[in-house]
Write a protein that binds this ligand. Structure first.
Ligand SMILES: Cc1ncc(C[n+]2csc(CCOP(=O)(O)OP(=O)(O)O)c2C)c(N)n1
Ligand SMILES: [Mg+2]
Length: 358
């Protein structure tokens, strides 16, 4: 088997904004709305980075470069579908209705960010790599047993596919034939480890074969390709075709988190095809080439994005500061006696003038 030919990357719009595949079922209006989302989220992500550098928020995991791989999926789902996201998947949650200040709250130590609004059936953003993949299988299995018309979709990274949880999840999902879609965002890096150093297969999609699951590779920087793939796939999975694994080939444009310095390990990647093919510039080129949006439309959308993001920052910063000792409060539903003691000691330490570092 030649994985590169068995699992070709499905693409509709190339990095120069030229149509290289068939555009089907996606209107100009939808593309304009997608562009608005991409620009809004990119603006938010860049602002969050700056806020961290100014000391106004804590550690933050940027998602720039991965917006299309997420929005293109979210746009095909129903409001009842389960979402099991990771820490880098705020675009999915935002598209489904989570207010834009949530990712900022999360980096300011506010527990509210862990409580996605109730009307969105999503688990909190998972930081334990790959854990949410198994949760998605459980949720999809439960939906199947209860004959509910809903599917589960889980998002994770290339690094997560090297975890045992990923393999257990694919195996169980296949055996039980549950309605779950696994979305591996292959952003080429697991912190500082490039994808070829952590797996000995050229694609993630081919791993599906071992579990008798459908495997698909799509250009995750091409929102039209992602959307078209998922319009078709979610319908089949809903109708009972069984689980599927999608590898969205993308690129992490920024650092792993604000605590990371990629210039120490990512040498000379400024001119990679991935960088040039990033989703916002690519869709813009296409909309320009096809005269779907004019320069003044782009200008207006940039301005709108800035206003929306300013508002999100204002909302997040208006929250009262969270007392540091509340870090204990959400470990369990009720504090254990040991945690009660630690909480008291910590609060005392702070009121005696100690800092949060001990
Ligand atoms: C079980 C577990 N092991 C290790 C870590 C530390 N860690 C945090 S992010 C990360 C890399 C994840 O890479 P990938 O799955 O590709 O996701 P990405 O960050 O690229 O979105 C690791 C190893 C963790 N959070 N959980
Ligand atoms: Mg990765």
């Amino acid at each position: 088997m030649n994985p590169e030919t068995e699992f070709p990357v499905y693409r509709v719009i190339d990095q120069d904004g030229q149509l290289v595949g068939e555009r089907s079922g996606i209107t100009n209006h939808q593309l304009k709305e997608f562009y608005r989302w991409l620009v809004t989220l990119r603006t938010l992500d860049q602002r969050a980075w700056n806020l961290q550098r100014q000391g106004r928020i804590g550690t933050y995991a940027p998602f720039s470069g991965q917006e299309a791989a997420q929005i293109g999926v979210a746009a095909t789902l129903r409001p009842t579908d389960w979402i099991c996201p990771s820490y880098r998947d705020w675009p999915v949650l935002a598209y489904l209705g989570t207010p834009l200040h949530y990712p900022l709250l999360g980096s300011m130590g506010h527990p509210e960010a862990g409580h996605i609004p109730d009307e969105i059936p999503s688990l909190p953003a998972q930081v334990v790599i790959a854990a949410q993949i198994l949760h998605a299988v459980g949720l999809a299995w439960s939906a199947k047993l209860q004959r509910q018309d809903r599917i589960a979709v889980t998002f994770f990274g290339d690094g997560a596919t090297s975890q045992g949880d990923f393999h257990e999840a694919l195996n169980l999902a296949s055996v039980m034939k549950v309605p779950v879609i696994f979305v591996a965002q292959n952003n080429q890096w697991a912190i500082s480890v490039p994808v070829h150093r952590q797996m000995n297969t050229p694609t993630i999609a081919q791993r599906a074969l071992a579990y008798n699951v459908e495997g698909i590779r799509v250009d995750g920087n091409d929102i039209a390709a992602v959307y078209q793939t998922f319009m078709d796939l979610q319908k089949r999975v809903r109708e009972g075709s069984g689980p599927a694994l999608v590898e969205a080939v993308t690129y992490r444009l920024g650092a792993h988190t604000t605590a990371d310095d990629p210039t120490r390990y990512r040498i000379g990647d400024d001119d990679t095809p991935f960088r040039r093919g990033e989703p916002v510039a690519r869709l813009r080129r296409y909309l320009e080439n096809e005269h779907i949006l004019s320069p003044s439309d782009f200008e207006a959308m940039d301005q709108d994005a800035k206003i929306v993001v300013d508002k999100a920052v204002e909302t997040a910063e208006a929250y009262p500061k969270n007392p540091p000792e509340t870090i204990f409060d959400h470990v369990y539903a009720e504090l254990t006696p040991q945690l009660v003691r630690q909480r008291q000691e910590f609060a005392q330490h702070l009121s005696d003038g100690g800092d949060i570092h001990g």
